[in-house]
Design a protein around this ligand. Structure first.
Ligand SMILES: *[C@@H]1O[C@H](CO)[C@@H](O)[C@H](O)[C@H]1NC(C)=O
Ligand SMILES: *[C@@H]1O[C@H](CO)[C@@H](O)[C@H](O)[C@H]1NC(C)=O
Ligand SMILES: *[C@@H]1O[C@H](CO)[C@@H](O)[C@H](O)[C@H]1NC(C)=O
Ligand SMILES: *[C@@H]1O[C@H](CO)[C@@H](O)[C@H](O)[C@H]1NC(C)=O
Ligand SMILES: *[C@@H]1O[C@H](CO)[C@@H](O)[C@H](O)[C@H]1NC(C)=O
Ligand SMILES: *[C@@H]1O[C@H](CO)[C@@H](O)[C@H](O)[C@H]1NC(C)=O
Ligand SMILES: *[C@@H]1O[C@H](CO)[C@@H](O)[C@H](O)[C@H]1NC(C)=O
Ligand SMILES: *[C@@H]1O[C@H](CO)[C@@H](O)[C@H](O)[C@H]1NC(C)=O
Ligand SMILES: *[C@@H]1O[C@H](CO)[C@@H](O)[C@H](O)[C@H]1NC(C)=O
Ligand SMILES: *[C@@H]1O[C@H](CO)[C@@H](O)[C@H](O)[C@H]1NC(C)=O
Length: 478
């Protein structure tokens, strides 16, 4: 699920519609032309020629990225950057003369990386502006205290810049907002409780900032919310009770990398639509509610790096593809049957989960989709040979710190494998030639012996074995 696809969908629809609407391409309002040409002159680099059609004496309604829904007034300015190829994107600043575009409803200049300057104040002088997307640029400084005057605004996407200071209190006046994306900036302070007024909000993204304090109890009125992303901040304390009122709508709850504590509330079990629950890297404690069995639409479940205890409820969801329960205080004893039977797992991480079984007894129902497996720091015995022979597209296998006993010389694994960590086990025999195809390897602290194949791995990858020799260790005595 792409958090931002909805916004982009809206823009696409608008732009699509405008291709088919009669725009008197003959003319364009002189204010709009002047504003756009001033914008162009603020752009210092345009290596892909996005603005090459922007010339005097041609109607600005027909310029690349510009649309006039009806008449001669510009309503849409949409020039998205090449996020993956920044050298093809625009560089420069946003000219304040864009304030001349008094009929502008959509401004979409995201993804250029190199558009810089303070918050574009001219936005506050555009009475009809509804959609603002200036994400993933190099804008900086505080957000304007009077941002609440943009009362028509339906979608505000400022993600991925360097904005600083607090979230302005006046944001509570943007009562038509459906999407508020302020993530991945340098915002400080707490979440203003006035966000409770944004009753149409479907998508709230404040992740990756420097926000602190408790998460305020503001969710009762946010009955449309589908995506709540508050990860990678300094939030502390317990989850506020009003999150429970998001039960009928919420699809994504992402709170990872904060300092949240307390038990995982029972009400999360009733989030029947929830697809992605990420509570990782917090201080949640106690047992996971039995009701998690009822999360039948869950696709990603990450509870790793908390202080959770006990066993884990048997989930009935067959939809799970990503499961990480690592580094808690769980005592699972075995890899649970409900995990083994999942039909389309791609990531399974059960490091330090108190698993004591033999890997020979673990035969997942479907191995084809596994990309990542981490079973490190358990007490798993047996051999990984069968598993590694069956997982045809595996990228990463970690099982460090177990009791795996097998002949390393006989090991075969997928050619796709990039990372193999079998350190601190009981592997014996020679190191297979196959490791030459890996990018990361750790075989330290086993009982391996014999001449190493030629690789670029450092000695630490092979340290603490019985009798390995050859580069990067000391030469073999033949
Ligand atoms: C186009 O207009 C700008 C000002 O709007 C002016 O500076 C420039 O000289 C004009 N160019 C031509 C070729 O007329
Ligand atoms: C713009 O149009 C005027 C009048 O039609 C003409 O004299 C002038 O040369 C044109 N300028 C450009 C840059 O095409
Ligand atoms: C970013 O903009 C600056 C100043 O306009 C320019 O010197 C630099 O080359 C640009 N960087 C990229 C990657 O386009
Ligand atoms: C919200 O708008 C109202 C009416 O324009 C104004 O009186 C109030 O001060 C604004 N609230 C904030 C927090 O800016
Ligand atoms: C996290 O919370 C605990 C108390 O629950 C506190 O002792 C600790 O300093 C906090 N850590 C950070 C990084 O805020
Ligand atoms: C799952 O939901 C059903 C129906 O809402 C409820 O009766 C049952 O108690 C729930 N199971 C758990 C373990 O909470
Ligand atoms: C690996 O799998 C193939 C078939 O997929 C099988 O023929 C072979 O015996 C297996 N090897 C091991 C070591 O399990
Ligand atoms: C490893 O392979 C050799 C022959 O290739 C075989 O004799 C030996 O039994 C195998 N070892 C294990 C542990 O399967
Ligand atoms: C290799 O594994 C050992 C033991 O698990 C660990 O201490 C060491 O840091 C690892 N080295 C690398 C390079 O990952
Ligand atoms: C080791 O690194 C060199 C230089 O990066 C590279 O050319 C060579 O192919 C590498 N060898 C192996 C076995 O990966």
């Amino acid at each position: 699920m792409n958090y931002f696809s909805f916004t982009h969908f809206i823009f696409a629809v608008i732009i699509f519609l405008q291709c088919f609407s009669p725009t008197g391409a003959t003319t364009c309002h002189p204010d709009d032309e002047a504003g756009l040409l001033a914008f162009k002159s603020g752009i210092t680099q345009d290596p892909s020629g996005m603005l090459s059609s922007w010339k005097n004496n041609t109607s600005c309604c027909s310029w690349n990225g510009v649309s006039c829904v009806s008449g001669d007034r510009v309503t849409v300015l949409s020039l998205l950057g090449f996020l993956k190829k920044p050298v093809r994107s625009l560089s420069g600043t946003l000219s304040p003369s864009l304030a001349k575009l008094q009929y502008l409803e959509v401004i979409s200049l995201g993804g250029h990386r190199n558009i810089t300057g303070p918050f574009p104040q001219f936005l506050l002088r555009l009475p009809k502006i509804k959609y603002v997307n200036i994400e993933n640029n190099n804008l900086y400084g505080p957000l304007p205290a009077n941002i609440g005057t943009l009362s028509q605004l339906e979608d505000l996407t400022l993600r991925g810049n360097k904005f600083t200071g607090p979230i302005p209190v006046s944001i509570s006046n943007l009562s038509r907002l459906t999407g508020l994306f302020l993530g991945d900036n340098l915002l400080t302070g707490t979440i203003p409780s006035g966000i409770a007024n944004l009753k149409l909000l479907q998508n709230l993204n404040l992740g990756g900032n420097l926000l602190r304090g408790t998460i305020p109890n503001i969710f009762e009125s946010l009955t449309q919310l589908k995506f709540l992303e508050l990860s990678r901040n300094g939030f502390s304390g317990r989850l506020p009770p009003s999150i429970s009122s998001l039960q009928p709508t919420l699809l994504v709850l992402s709170l990872s990398q904060n300092n949240l504590s307390g038990t995982i509330p029972d009400y999360i079990s009733s989030f029947i639509k929830l697809e992605n629950l990420d509570l990782s890297k917090n201080r949640f404690s106690g047992a996971v509610p039995e009701g998690f069995a009822n999360l039948t639409n869950i696709y990603t479940l990450d509870l790793s790096h908390n202080l959770l205890t006990g066993s884990f409820p048997d989930l009935i969801a067959q939809t799970i593809q990503i499961l990480d329960l690592s580094y808690n205080q769980f005592n699972l004893e075995t890899i649970p049957d409900w995990v083994t039977s999942l039909p389309s797992m791609s990531l399974l991480k059960l490091a330090k989960c108190g698993i004591k079984m033999s890997l020979d007894d673990w035969k997942p129902a479907e191995t084809l989709y596994y990309y990542y497996i981490d079973l490190s720091n358990n007490e798993i015995s047996g051999s990984p040979e069968w598993l590694l022979n069956q997982t045809k597209y595996l990228l990463e296998f970690r099982a460090a710190g177990n009791k795996l006993r097998f002949d390393m010389g006989n090991l075969t694994f997928a050619k796709t494998l990039k990372t193999l960590d079998l350190s601190k086990n009981l592997a014996f025999g020679m190191v297979t030639e196959m490791v030459t195809g890996l990018q990361r390897l750790n075989l330290s602290r086993n009982h391996l012996c014999g001449k190493l194949p030629v690789t670029n791995f450092t000695a630490s990858a092979f340290a603490g074995n019985d009798c390995l020799c050859g580069s990067p260790l000391s030469p073999c005595l033949v």
